[in-house]
Design a protein around this ligand. Sequence first.
Ligand code: PEP
Ligand code: MN
Length: 343
Amino acid sequence: MIIVMERNASPELVDAVTVRLEQLGYKAHLSVGVERTIIGVIGEKRPEDMEQLAAMAGVESIVPILRPFKLASREFHPEPTKVQVGNITIGGDEVVVMAGPCAVESEEQILTIARAIKAAGAQILRGGAFKPRTSPYSFQGLEEEGLKLLALAREETGLPIVTEVVNPRDIDLVEKYADMLQVGARNMQNFTLLREIGQSKKPVLLKRGLAATVEEWLMAAEYIISGGNSSVVLCERGIRTYETGTRNTLDLSAVPAVKHYSHLPIIADPSHGTGRWRYVKPMAKAAIAAGADGLMIEVHCRPEAALSDGAQSLTPDNFLQLMVEIKAVAEAVGRKSTAPVVV
Ligand code: PEP
Ligand code: MN
């Protein structure tokens, strides 16, 4: 249920409605828009309460939200949400590119890549310190040492950092270093992790589960937002289908679907989406054309020697080429890009 306030409703009238809601035992979530304020009501609805609330000054209407996600829905928040990561805004005019290695491997590796992606116009540095690997025998990440190296790369380049948190007990540690917390595909329905991250003040990058519907994905976002953290960015990273020619099937139709159902920004990850570096650039361009607010791209100076995901990693040269080509697509669809003008 949402309470739509009248256009000219004063903050005092909005306050009175939220106070009343809390007295009645509901949780109120405010969405203050340019046009009007909308109050999301969480709790088991009693018709007599709704009648009383509808009669309060400043209330225009009370509308049910039929979809299972409420705070993530467009009805609750009609304008697109912009999420701030350091000095970077995701969901605005500018296409935001997060790039970096799958995993942080060494100081030299992360610093070299950070410098290269910055020079190519990327705005956020990615790199895994805690790696959720399919095999327990694969490289699991440098853990805190990796976080320290990411922080060092941020110090040198000024790029904010996004990195994955795999386990609820590591949130405090990852938060100490990261500007944005990544929830990986394998953890999209780890509800304990989602609830804990809902308490964090850091923005969250929520990747789509390997076999999750758009609705299940938005329900995962709902866990984080209802916990109090509304800075959620979604990331389409490919889903499992019968196709084996690519690692996953990058579902770009999820981009307009998410934009239709939700106010949250969405980016695309054609690296995990395709699993093959040759397919990354074309799918990155397609994602921007489809309306994605940004990209996540894996970059490695020596993909053949990468400790994880080398097959889908771009060299710095190929990444620069991607950025240049992205710029043309971004501008064609009315977005801006920070890629250099000439190669
Ligand atoms: C990653 O970003 O390196 C990663 C593990 O991604 P995903 O969770 O999408 O597989
Ligand atoms: Mn990876």
